[in-house]
Ligand binder design. Structure first.
Ligand code: DP6
Length: 358
C-alpha cells in the first residue's frame, strides 16, 4: 500500500549536553556505572531531534529488520543509523512494540561542526525523549508511565551512560551512593541539595584545542578500565570526591570545589594515559591552558577551574558574576591556544524541552 502522509505523527525534543564534575569512567553489565557521577547540564550545546513515526501493517519478522532511518543535518547518516538501530534493539524488552513501527529521526546539533564536539549525551537523550513521548501519545505502555523523565533517563542510559544525566537540568547525579537519597545505577536524578548562590549560575567556556575526532571511543575507554591496575583505587577516589563535593556545596567551600573538579579531570586523563597508547589525548595547548587558568586563579582569587572530557578540549568553569573579567582573560590569554581561536560560550541550563508543533 502506498504511504499515506496522514499516517505519520511527530514529536520534537531539544536536549542538552552535560559536563561531568565527578566522572563516570568504567562500567559493567547493562551500562551500569562503576562509581557515582555528578554533572552540570549545559544550555547552549544541544541536539534537536524530530521523530516521525507510524504503525506498520505488520510487525517486522526479525529485530534485525527494525524500520528506522536517521538523518543528520538534512542528510541520511548510515553510520549513526546503525548505532540507533542497535540501541532500539536493546530497548525491545522495554518497548516491544518497536517492531511494529516505522521511525524516522531528523537531528541537528548547535555545536559548530568544526569543533569536533559530538555529544552522545545530547543525541541519545533527545532520541529517547522522543521515544518516551511517542509511547505516551500512542498509549503503548500499560499501565502508563508516571514519571516520564525517570523512564527517559533509565532508557537513555542504555544508549549512552552520560545521556541519562541530560534528561534533567542543573546539577545531576547518577549512580547509587549512600549519600544520595533515592540514587540508582539505573537512572539519574536531580541533585537534591541547596546549591549556594555562587554556584547557581556557573558558566562553561569550552575551549577547542583540537577538533579531530577522538582516538578512543568512550565505550572502548570504559572497557579499558576492566583490567586497569588503578581501577579499584579510582572507584574509591570517585566516591570520596563525591563526599567532599557534597560537603563543599554545603559549606560554600570554593577551595575544595576547585580541587575536586580539577583532580577528577586529571584522574580521568591519568587513567586514559595509562590504559592505552591512544589514551594520551591531552595536547601541549591543553596543558598551557590549564597552567594559565591556575595562574589566573592565583592572581585574581576568582573561582575559576578547569575540567576535561575524554579529549584535548578544556572546559573552563566560572561564575556568571565574573563573566566580564573571565571572558577578557579567555580572549587575551586562552584563545591563542585554541584551534582557529574557537570556543563555545555555554552555561548551566534547565534541561530538555519539547518543541510544540505550531
Ligand atoms: C569522560 O557516556 O560517552 O564523558 O556509556 O559508553 O556511551 P558510554 O560512555 P559515555 O562516557 C562518558 C565519559 C566521560 C565522563 C562523564 O561524562 O561522566
Amino acid at each position: 500500500m502506498a504511504d499515506k502522509k496522514s499516517d505519520w505523527k511527530e514529536t520534537t525534543w531539544v536536549s542538552p549536553s552535560n559536563i561531568a564534575l565527578i566522572k563516570y569512567w568504567g562500567k559493567h553489565g547493562e551500562q551500569l556505572p562503576n562509581n557515582p557521577s555528578l554533572s552540570l547540564t549545559l544550555k547552549n550545546s544541544v541536539t534537536k531531534t524530530k521523530l516521525r513515526y507510524r504503525r506498520l501493517d505488520e510487525p517486522v519478522p526479525d529485530s534485525e529488520d527494525l524500520k528506522v532511518a536517521y538523518w543528520f543535518d538534512g542528510e541520511r547518516n548510515e553510520a549513526f543509523e546503525r548505532k540507533v538501530a542497535n540501541y532500539l534493539r536493546r530497548l525491545l524488552p522495554e518497548m516491544p512494540y518497536l517492531t511494529s513501527l516505522e521511525l524516522e529521526f531528523q537531528s541537528t546539533n548547535t555545536f559548530p561542526h568544526s569543533t569536533g564536539i559530538a555529544s552522545s549525551a545530547s543525541s541519545m537523550s533527545a532520541i529517547t525523549l522522543c521515544l518516551v513521548d511517542m509511547e505516551k501519545k500512542m498509549g503503548l505502555r500499560k499501565p502508563p508511565t508516571q514519571d516520564l523523565s525517570r523512564r527517559a533517563s533509565h532508557l537513555a542510559r542504555l544508549g549512552s551512560g552520560s545521556a541519562c544525566r541530560s534528561v534533567y537540568g542543573g546539577w545531576v547525579t547518577w549512580g547509587e551512593d549512600g549519600l544520595l537519597p533515592d540514587s540508582s545505577d539505573r537512572y539519574a536524578s536531580p541533585l537534591e541539595q541547596d546549591i549556594p548562590e555562587q554556584w547557581q549560575n556557573l558558566r562553561d567556556a569550552i575551549l577547542i584545542v583540537n577538533s579531530d575526532r577522538k582516538k578512543v571511543s568512550s565505550s572502548a575507554g570504559h572497557g579499558l578500565m576492566s583490567n586497569h591496575p588503578f581501577a579499584e583505587g579510582r572507584y574509591r577516589q570517585a566516591r570520596k570526591h563525591l563526599n567532599c563535593m557534597m560537603l563543599a556545596l554545603q559549606n560554600g567551600d570554593e577551595k575544595t570545589f576547585v580541587e575536586v573538579v580539577e583532580s577528577e579531570a586529571l584522574s580521568l586523563h591519568g587513567l586514559l594515559m595509562t590504559s592505552s597508547q591512544d589514551g594520551l589525548l591531552l595536547q601541549p595547548e591543553s596543558l598551557q591552558i590549564i597552567n594559565a587558568v591556575r595562574a589566573f586563579r592565583e592572581k585574581t582569587g576568582l573561582m575559576v577551574c578547569f575540567t576535561l572530557d575524554a579529549g584535548p578540549n578544556v572546559h573552563l568553569l566560572y561564575r556568571d558574576e565574573d563573566k566580564e573579567m573571565v571572558q577578557q582573560f579567555i580572549q587575551e590569554e586562552l584563545l591563542p591556544f585554541c584551534e582557529n581561536k574557537q570556543w563555545i560560550d555555554d552555561e548551566i541550563g534547565e534541561g530538555p524541552y519539547k518543541e510544540e508543533i505550531k
